[in-house]
Design a protein around this ligand. Structure first.
Ligand SMILES: Nc1ncnc2c1ncn2[C@@H]1O[C@H](COP(=O)(O)OP(=O)(O)OP(=O)(O)O)[C@@H](O)[C@H]1O
Length: 339
């Protein structure tokens, strides 16, 4: 997604990761929004503490940048446990997972980001590990192969996924709790930004922060990133008012008044201009704009649906009247399928 960097929902580089780290809340109290998931997690952690047991395995689902990694860190922090971090793509065979699991200390929190991308052989090993805290290690090949059971210390797995649908049912079923993270309301993002501005020592009036909040795609990572770019803009154009600086900086980075970035607009434009508003399958859309289908499905689509600009139908994606209007186009008259 390199050409869409500014509002990319993935962290961009080391500097970005440091910046995110500095702004990351470290307790459930500091974590803004997601009240339902936070309340459920709080109960789960408190009950485990009262029973002196390791908390159940936790699955966190939702689009990137909404706080899954942050919540995993909070689980470890709030329960005073060590945290080990890994990711699905880094576990390319069962041996990678065996090495990771066998080195855990008792009670440790193991965070696996993008857990849906883990190798299938590792996934099968994980079933037993999650349920019985044990794995079977295969030694040798062919007829001489044998399996050696290995006891594991109790641990809490926190899995994060942008695509729950891609997780095999046996894996999904072994999580004691699944938290679905939703896009944030503008008012919640305003709280995230107010907190971040204070931590960075920036004096930006609330109306200017509210403008950034409304254009952050419901995503704290994007809100913080836009704040950083606005800070740069204000440094260079110090004579402009805060609100002008916000509007000009966001225009410079191609973020439209509703928060759509270039990739969002490309998807909507192609859907309307090339496919007459749909219905069209996600892979055809992806090919038309040269982006991978997973990014469209995990990142663009959930946001455009939430904004009411497209809908998902059994026959494919369809632009709504609102979608046509957002691009300044007139929706076709008398189209009974148009919503
Ligand atoms: N509820 C929140 N309150 C305050 N800041 C938040 C919140 N959620 C996320 N953030 C900020 O947004 C940034 C991105 O969050 P995080 O890395 O946890 O997202 P993620 O869902 O794990 O994304 P990915 O799936 O891409 O790893 C963090 O630096 C954090 O500061």
């Amino acid at each position: 997604m390199s050409e869409f960097d500014i509002t990319s929902v993935e962290p961009l580089d080391e500097a970005e990761l440091d910046f995110e780290g500095a702004l990351r809340p470290s307790s459930l109290d500091e974590f803004v929004g997601q009240r339902r998931v936070v309340g459920q997690l709080d109960l789960l952690l408190k009950a485990a503490e009262m029973d002196s047991r390791t908390p159940d395995h936790i699955l966190l689902a939702g689009p990137p940048g909404l706080g899954k990694t942050t919540l995993a860190m909070i689980v470890a922090h709030e329960t005073g446990r060590a945290l080990r971090m890994s990711s699905g793509p880094a576990i390319s065979h069962a041996g990678d997972l065996a090495a990771l699991l066998s080195s855990l200390v008792p009670g440790e929190v193991l965070f696996i980001d993008e857990i849906h991308r883990m190798a299938r052989s590792a996934e099968e090993m994980l079933y037993l590990a999650m349920e019985d805290f044990r794995i079977d290690i295969m030694v040798g090949k062919g007829v001489g192969a044998s399996s050696i059971p290995l006891e594991l210390p109790p641990f809490t797995l926190v899995g994060a996924t942008t695509r729950t649908g891609l997780l095999a049912n046996p894996l999904r079923d072994r999580f004691g709790f699944t938290g679905h993270l939703e896009f944030y309301e503008t008012e919640e993002l305003l709280r995230v930004l107010t907190r971040s501005a204070a931590l960075l020592g920036l004096e930006i009036p609330q109306p200017a922060l509210a403008e950034i909040a409304g254009r952050s795609r419901g995503t704290p990572r994007i809100a913080n990133r836009l704040l950083r770019r606005v800070r740069d803009y204000m440094t260079v154009h110090s004579s402009e008012s805060a609100i002008d600086a916000v509007n000009n900086a966001l225009a410079l980075y191609d973020v439209d008044p509703r928060g759509l970035d270039r990739l969002d607009r490309s998807v909507l434009t192609v859907l309307i201009n090339r496919f007459a508003g749909g219905p069209v399958g996600v892979s055809s859309l992806a090919v038309s704009i040269g982006e991978d289908a997973e990014t469209i499905e995990a990142v663009v689509e959930p946001f455009l649906i939430r904004e009411g600009l497209i809908v998902r139908t059994p026959r494919g994606r369809v632009a709504t009247q609102e979608g046509w209007k957002h691009l300044g186009l007139t929706p076709p008259a008398n189209d009974p399928t148009l919503l």
